[in-house]
Design a binder for this molecule. Sequence first.
Ligand SMILES: [Zn+2]
Length: 99
Amino acid sequence: MDHPSEETLKRFAAGTAPREENRAVVAHLVKGCSACARKLRDLMEPDPVPRSSYEAALDRFDQELIESLESSISPAQTLRTVLSFPLVPPEEERRRKKG
Ligand SMILES: [Zn+2]
């Protein structure tokens, strides 16, 4: 996998990356790269997020959300969503628990 450079992640975390770079980072993170997500989280200020604030986002995590992430990029918001993005889509997970 082609990882964004640390400089890129730093710019993304600081919110100073150009739009194209933001898109690339988001696209990379939504693929589920936990290494970069962790790196990015370390680069950002610790910002405890109450569970309720991302559960709603998780529930509607789909293509539409990815597109909205890409079009209106707020690094902190994106990170919150991406870091809590389960590798298994919520629907599938629900099905698994049932079965
Ligand atoms: Zn990566």
